[in-house]
Design a protein around this ligand. Structure first.
Ligand code: PGA
Length: 239
């Protein structure tokens, strides 16, 4: 059986010096020749070169919706460019981008199409606010988020769904095992062809418990992935 996918989402963190320090420490735990299958780090794009020596895959935190290739789009980075830099994956539709960059489901679908066109694997983020959960529209909301974003050529080989409840991201309060289990059962039921992973305040304290959920295929980790020791401990939990 494939090992669980462990994804580090560094968000807008680390300088060049900090990334190099991370790499040095990580290499002491996992040397270059010990290739880590299904482990992925998604740093800010300018740091790729600094962590390229690590025995993991790389991904980006976003790609352009405007074109998969090149064009007059100031400030954008395309899927083709990410591929060129050695990226294997791209995170699309993170709730922080939906909120701060006003990304719509339509825009997210365009990004996914561009990523797939260039052969990148997509990690599609979905997740509800506490209000949506309390109002009882949870399942409907999540179903819509997935459905509106999925292009027809998305399949189990090129797309993974990451369930990240907004209220659990960066708050120190992860969803409970029961809540995570319920949502992943729902995703398995409705979108059976896609693997799903969980994100939202995953740490060394709760990672093992969450990974033990049958329907879970991995973890998306923000804060705890910034520390090489903590991140390595979580990787080790896959056995
Ligand atoms: P967190 O972030 O682990 O810091 O909660 C997860 C994410 O936003 O991907």
């Amino acid at each position: 059986m494939k090992k669980a996918l462990i994804v580090a989402n560094w968000k807008m963190n680390k300088t060049i010096a900090a990334a190099e320090a991370f790499a040095d420490e990580f290499l002491q735990i996992y040397p270059k020749n010990q290739i880590l299958e299904n482990v992925l780090i998604c740093p800010p794009v300018f740091l790729f070169d600094r962590i390229k020596s690590l025995p993991v895959d790389f991904g980006a935190q976003d790609c352009s919706a405007l074109s998969s290739g090149e064009g007059a789009y100031t400030g954008e980075i395309s899927a083709k460019m990410l591929k060129d830099m050695g990226c294997k994956y791209v995170i699309i539709g993170h709730s922080e981008r939906r909120k701060y960059n006003h990304e719509s489901d339509d825009m997210i679908k365009e990004k996914i199409k561009n990523a797939l066109k260039e052969g990148l694997k997509v990690i599609l983020c979905i997740g509800e606010s506490m209000t949506q959960r309390e109002e009882g529209s949870l399942y409907n909301f999540l179903w819509n988020q997935v459905n509106k974003a999925l292009p027809s050529n998305a399949n189990s080989d090129n797309l993974i769904i990451a369930y990240e409840p907004i209220w659990a991201i960066g708050t120190g309060v992860a969803a409970t095992k029961k809540q995570i289990e319920e949502i992943h059962k729902f995703l398995k039921d409705k979108f059976s062809s896609f693997l799903s992973i969980y994100g939202g305040s995953v740490t060394v304290k709760n990672a093992e418990d969450i990974l033990s959920i049958k329907e879970i295929s991995g973890l998306l980790i923000g804060g705890a992935s910034l520390d090489p020791i903590e991140f390595s401990k979580i990787i080790k939990m896959r056995g």
